[in-house]
Design a protein around this ligand. Structure first.
Ligand code: FE2
Length: 159
């Protein structure tokens, strides 16, 4: 999985991530849902395109290269990482920083994050989450974020 498709209902605001494409039309409130197109809103690229760095086994995502506001009326709702056969989403709230860390799913298997035996891998409250195994063949991940005013944005990242 390299891309994740997101749809929004323009009436009620329901938003869905399509985990498997069946081919039918998604509808909500009696009408077709809108397929979200990343990076198409006329807004500051610097405040919306995810800024992604690798550090100490983690993929650190900030929105964006200039920090995005996190006000009730204008904020980043979530950040998601798609890599290989995994998808992970971190929800944010106004007042938080527009950032999320993910365990890096790329690299050598020796770096596997195993956690402690009784540890519940957090999912996620802004901490490293469930990318606990690595895939050497993975070369690229896709990071998405959603701004409540400016919609869907994405960036690709390679080690
Ligand atoms: Fe925004």
């Amino acid at each position: 999985m390299k891309e994740m498709l997101f749809y929004r209902c323009e009436k009620c605001g329901n938003m869905v991530a399509l985990v498997k494409a069946g081919g039918g039309e998604l509808t909500c409130c009696g009408q077709a849902m809108t397929k979200l197109q990343a990076n198409t809103t006329d807004a500051s690229q610097e405040k919306h395109v995810p800024a992604v760095v690798y550090e100490n086994g983690k993929i650190k995502v900030a929105i964006g290269s200039i920090p995005h506001p996190m006000l009730v009326e204008h904020h980043i709702e979530w950040i998601a990482l798609v890599a290989g056969n995994k998808f992970e989403m971190v929800y944010l709230k106004p007042g938080m920083e527009a950032k999320a860390d993910f365990m890096c799913p790329m690299g050598e298997v020796e770096d596997i994050y195993v956690g402690k035996e009784d540890e519940i891998v957090p999912n996620c409250e802004g901490n490293p989450c469930n990318f606990v195994s690595k895939d050497k063949s993975l070369t690229e991940v896709t990071v998405y974020e959603y701004c409540n005013l400016h919609g869907l944005w994405q960036a690709k990242f390679s080690l």
